[in-house]
Ligand binder design. Structure first.
Ligand code: GLC
Length: 790
C-alpha cells in the first residue's frame, strides 16, 4: 500500500495514510536539545544525551507502538466527544489525519468534526526547547467551545535508571505548577551520570528543570500519570479528559507527567493560533532563567524562530545541488540523503525508533564515518568532531569503541576502530585544504597534548603491532562487522577485510604526507602498507574472489569450500578501494559479487547465510538467516560495492546497484521503514520477510551514500590539489549538471555525454578555456566548468 510520497519539490515527505507499518519519524533538534517525532506524535526528547538527559519517556517496542508522545487532545464541551490532533493516541477517524516531515520540522494535520488543525513541531536554533505551534479552525457553521489538553510523560534525567529502578527512582520527582508563569516545572532531586545501570549512588540532582507551558491560560493542570490516564486505561482514553477535570495538584512522587488544560471558543469559520512549549532550564540559574519560559508566547517570535530553522537547512543544502535525468535519485541526492547524513552525524546511533539511547554512546568508527557528511556544508563541525575523536584515543593508538564525550567510554577488541580516524582527517583536509589541522594539539586519554599528526602516527603504530601470522590484522573481537566476533578465539584469527581497509587508510595517509612533503614517517608507512598488501595477494585470493578471514586454527572463512559464508561483499569492494590486486582479479572478484550476492533487493553482505551456530565465528551465525549481518542486504557496505564499481568505471552496474537500494523502491507494506531515508539493512531473499527494512535513519549508509553518489557516480570529488571531475554514470544519461561549493568557490559544472559512455572525460573547459586535466582549482567566487565525456 502507498502511505505517502514526496512533495513536488522533493523537500517534504507527505504521509496521507498515517497507519504506517512502523512509526515513520523525523528529527527536530539543535546542538543541545533533541527530539524525535513520528507521524503520530510519538516522541523522545532529551537534553544533550539520551542516556543522561532524558526529558520525556518513550516505551520502545511496546504495544501499542510509538508511545507516549507529544499529545494535544481537543474535547467538544457540548458533546463530550474528544480526539487527539495526531491520529494516535485516540485513534479515531484515520483518514482525517495527515503528516508532513520536512527539514527540521514536522506538521501534523487533522480535520475531525470539522475542526481542522495543524500542529507544527520544531526546535529553535538557539533555545533548549521545542515548540508545538497549533492552528485550529472551526469549519462548522456553528460556534464551538473546546477544552484543550496537552500531555507529556517525563523521564527526568538518567534514562536507564528511570527504566530499571522505577520503584526507587520515582521518589525523587518534583513537579509543580507556577501560576504566575502559567507553567508546570518538573525535575528530579537525584541524578546518575554513569553510563551504566549502577549501585553507585551519586550525591547530586539532575541539573535541569523541565518546563511545560502554553500560550493559552492554563485553567487546570496535572502532574501524575495515574491521575491523568487513570487505572486500566492508556493514552487512548485518559480518564481526566473524559471527566473534564485535572486535579491541579503538585506531586513529589510517582510517574511524573505534564498535563495542561485550557479552553478555546471558536466562532463558525474562526481560526485561532497558540503554542505549547516543552523545554529545559539550567537548575543552577533557575531563578534567573525561569521568566524566559513565556518568551515564545509571542507568535511572531515563533515564526521568526521557525524561519531561522528553514534558513539553516536551506543553507545546508545550498552547498551542493544536482540536476540529473533521474528525479527519484535527485530527491535523495539534493535533499533526503544529505538530510539523513547530517541527522546521523548530529544524533549518532543513540536515538531512533530502533535505538533507545541507553546502551551505548557515540561509536568511534561510526562517528568517524559520519564526519565525512558534514565536510561540504559545515567543515568547522567536522573539525570539532575530529578533535573530539582525538580525545577518545590512548597514546598507543587504541581508541574507545564508543564514548560519551564526557570522558566516559568503553574499549573493546575491534581491530578497525582507530583506523577510521585516518579517513576523517584526510577527507577533511582534501575538502578544506586546511593542513594546519595536523599541528593542532589534543590530549590523548592517557597522555599529554599531542598533534593530530601524532595521533595519526599512533594509529599506524597500533595497526603495525597487531598483525597476525600472515601479516594481516589480528581479528580480535571483530572488525567493521561486529558479528564476526569469535573468529580465532581469544587473540587469533586474521581479518582480510581489515587488511584491505588498513591498506586503503595507509594509502590515504601516504597521499597526504607526500602531497605536503611530510616525510618523517613516510617510508615506514609505505613499508607497512606494502607488507600488508603483499600478504593479501599472497594469502587471501581464493580463485574467484578474496576470502574474508583466517580463523585461529588457520581455516578460511568466505572461501569457496565454505558451505555458509562462502563469499563476503566487503573484501571484494575494498580490494578495489584499496587498489590491491591486478585488474583481472578485481574484475573477477566484483563479478563474483554480481553472480553470487546480487538479488532483487540488492547485494547481500555475504552468502549463503549461516544456518548453524558456529561459536568459532560468532554472533553472525547465531543471527537469523537473511537479516542483519547474516546475509541481509546490509546497506552500509553496499555503498562500498557501488564505489568499487565506479572505481572500475562500470557506470551502468554502479547505477543499477544504486537504484536498487533507494528506500522508496519497495512496497511499504513489505519494506515497513521510512521510504525517505536509508535503513541499516533490508532483509534478503534468505528469509521469508525478504524486503523488510530495519534500523532506519541511524546508519553509516547515509554519509557514504551521499559521498559516493556525488563523488563517485557524478564524480565530483575533492582532492588535495583541487576538484576532480570523473563521472561514472549510466550510459543512457546524455547530460547532467552540478553546483558545488569547494574551498569558497561555487563550481557550476555541466557534463555532457554525447556518445553515451559510462566514464571518461574527453574535454574540459574552465570558464570557457580549454583545460588539459580533470582536476580544477579556481580562486574566483564562481567557476564555470564544462565537461564532455567520451
Ligand atoms: C552497526 C554498527 C556499525 C557496524 C555495523 C556492522 O551498523 O553501528 O559500527 O560496523 O553494525 O556490524
Amino acid at each position: 500500500m502507498k502511505y505517502g510520497s514526496f512533495s513536488n519539490d522533493g523537500r517534504e515527505y507527505i504521509i496521507t495514510n498515517v497507519a504506517t507499518p512502523k512509526p515513520w519519524i523525523n528529527y527536530i533538534y539543535n546542538k543541545n536539545y533533541f527530539s524525535t517525532i513520528s507521524q503520530n506524535a510519538g516522541s523522545i526528547s532529551y537534553y544533550k544525551s539520551p542516556l543522561h538527559g532524558r526529558i520525556t519517556r518513550y516505551r520502545i517496542n511496546d504495544v501499542p507502538y510509538d508511545r507516549p508522545g507529544k499529545y494535544i487532545y481537543l474535547k467538544d464541551k457540548k458533546t463530550g466527544d474528544y480526539w487527539s490532533l495526531s491520529w494516535q493516541p485516540t485513534g479515531k477517524c484515520k483518514d482525517c489525519y495527515k503528516a508532513i516531515h520536512g527539514f527540521g520540522y514536522t506538521k501534523l494535520l487533522s480535520n475531525v468534526n470539522n475542526i481542522s488543525s495543524e500542529v507544527l513541531y520544531f526546535v529553535p536554533l538557539n533555545d533548549d526547547l521545542e515548540i508545538w505551534r497549533v492552528t485550529l479552525e472551526n469549519k462548522n457553521d456553528f460556534d464551538i467551545e473546546l477544552e484543550i489538553y496537552s500531555y507529556v510523560e517525563f523521564a527526568l534525567g538518567h534514562a536507564l535508571i528511570d527504566l530499571i529502578n522505577q520503584c526507587d527512582d520515582q521518589h525523587f520527582n518534583r513537579v509543580y505548577f507556577e501560576r504566575d508563569l502559567n507553567t508546570l516545572f518538573a525535575t528530579k532531586t537525584y541524578w546518575v551520570t554513569q553510563n551504566m545501570g549502577t549501585q553507585q549512588q551519586e550525591n547530586q540532582e539532575w541539573d535541569r528543570w523541565a518546563f511545560f507551558t502554553s500560550s493559552l491560560t492554563v485553567k487546570e493542570y496535572e502532574t501524575l500519570r495515574e491521575r491523568f490516564i487513570g487505572v486500566f486505561r492508556n493514552e487512548n482514553n485518559p480518564e481526566a479528559i473524559e471527566k473534564g477535570l485535572l486535579s491541579s495538584k503538585d506531586t513529589d512522587f510517582g510517574n511524573a507527567i505534564g498535563g495542561l488544560k485550557s479552553e478555546i471558543n471558536l466562532k463558525a469559520g474562526e481560526k485561532k493560533e497558540f503554542v505549547i512549549i516543552l523545554g529545559v532550564l539550567e537548575k543552577a540559574r533557575f531563578d534567573k532563567l525561569k521568566n524566559s519560559v513565556t518568551k515564545y508566547y509571542d507568535i511572531n517570535l515563533v515564526d521568526k524562530a521557525y524561519a531561522e530553522v528553514l534558513a539553516y537547512w536551506d543553507n545546508w543544502f545550498s552547498h551542493i545541488k544536482v540536476d540529473i535525468p533521474d528525479r527519484d535519485a535527485q530527491v535523495f541526492m539534493n535533499y533526503w540523503n544529505q538530510y539523513q547524513a547530517k541527522v546521523a552525524f548530529d544524533v549518532g546511533r543513540v536515538a531512533s525508533f530502533y535505538y533507545w539511547g541507553i546502551g551505548r554512546g557515540f561509536g568511534f568508527r561510526d562517528t568517524s564515518q559520519d564526519t565525512i557528511a558534514t565536510l561540504i556544508a559545515e567543515p568547522q563541525k567536522a573539525k570539532e568532531r575530529i578533535f573530539l575523536l582525538s580525545r577518545q584515543m590512548f597514546k598507543n593508538g587504541k581508541v574507545y569503541h564508543h564514548f560519551y564525550g564526557d570522558g566516559q567510554g568503553e574499549t573493546t577488541g575491534h581491530n578497525d576502530d582507530s583506523l577510521w580516524y585516518i579517513l576523517a582527517v584526510t577527507e577533511y583536509i582534501k575538502e578544506t585544504g586546511d593542513k594546519d589541522i595536523l599541528y593542532h594539539k589534543e590530549k590523548f586519554l592517557d597522555g599529554k597534548e599531542s598533534t593530530i599528526l601524532e595521533h595519526l602516527y599512533a594509529v599506524v603504530k597500533y595497526a603495525s603491532e597487531h598483525l597476525g601470522k600472515h601479516n594481516l590484522p589480528i581479528f580480535g573481537r571483530g572488525d567493521w562487522n561486529d558479528t564476526l566476533d569469535y573468529i580465532g578465539g581469544e587473540e587469533g584469527g586474521e581479518s582480510v577485510w581489515s587488511a584491505m581497509f588498513y591498506v586503503a587508510m595507509l594509502n590515504s595517509l601516504v597521499e597526504l604526507l607526500s602531497f605536503y612533503d611530510i616525510d618523517e614517517k613516510l617510508d615506514e608507512i609505505i613499508e607497512l602498507r606494502d607488507k600488508i598488501k603483499n600478504s593479501i595477494e599472497e594469502y587471501a585470493w581464493d580463485g574467484n574472489w578474496y576470502i574474508r578471514a583466517f580463523k585461529g586454527n588457520g581455516e578460511k572463512l568466505g572461501a569457496s569450500n565454505n558451505e555458509a559464508g562462502k563469499i563476503f561483499l566487503n573484501p571484494q569492494s575494498w580490494a578495489v578501494i584499496a587498489s590491491v590486486g591486478n585488474r583481472e582479479r578485481l574484475l573477477k572478484a566484483t563479478d563474483s559479487v554480481k553472480e553470487l550476492l546480487d538479488t532483487d533487493y540488492g547485494i547481500k553482505i555475504c552468502a549463503p547465510a549461516f544456518r548453524e551456530i558456529d561459536p568459532e565465528i560468532g554472533l553472525v551465525t547465531r543471527c537469523v538467516a537473511g537479516k542483519k549481518e547474516n546475509a541481509a542486504v546490509f546497506c552500509h557496505p553496499y555503498t562500498w560495492g557501488i564505489m568499487a564499481e565506479c572505481i572500475l568505471k562500470r557506470g551502468n552496474r554502479a547505477y543499477e546497484y544504486y537504484k536498487k537500494i533507494l528506500p522508496n523502491r519497495i512496497d511499504s507494506d513489505i519494506f515497513q521503514a521510512e521510504p525517505y531515508v536509508f535503513s541499516q539493512y533490508i532483509t534478503s531473499d534468505e528469509h521469508p520477510t525478504a524486503g523488510m527494512a530495519s534500523h532506519s535513519w541511524q546508519t553509516g549508509t547515509a554519509a557514504w551514500m551521499f559521498k559516493i553518489s556525488i563523488e563517485y557516480i557524478l564524480g565530483i570529488r575533492p582532492t588535495y590539489e583541487g576538484l576532480l571531475i570523473d563521472p561514472v554514470i549510466p550510459s543512457e544519461w546524455g547530460q547532467f549538471y552540478v553546483e558545488r561549493f569547494f574551498r569558497n568557490t561555487l563550481y557550476k559544472i555541466t557534463v555532457e555525454n554525447p556518445n553515451h559512455v559510462e566514464s571518461g572525460v574527453k574535454e574540459i573547459y574552465v570558464n570557457g578555456k580549454h583545460f588539459d586535466k580533470n582536476v580544477v582549482h579556481d580562486y574566483n567566487k564562481v567557476c564555470e566548468v564544462k565537461v564532455v565525456m567520451g
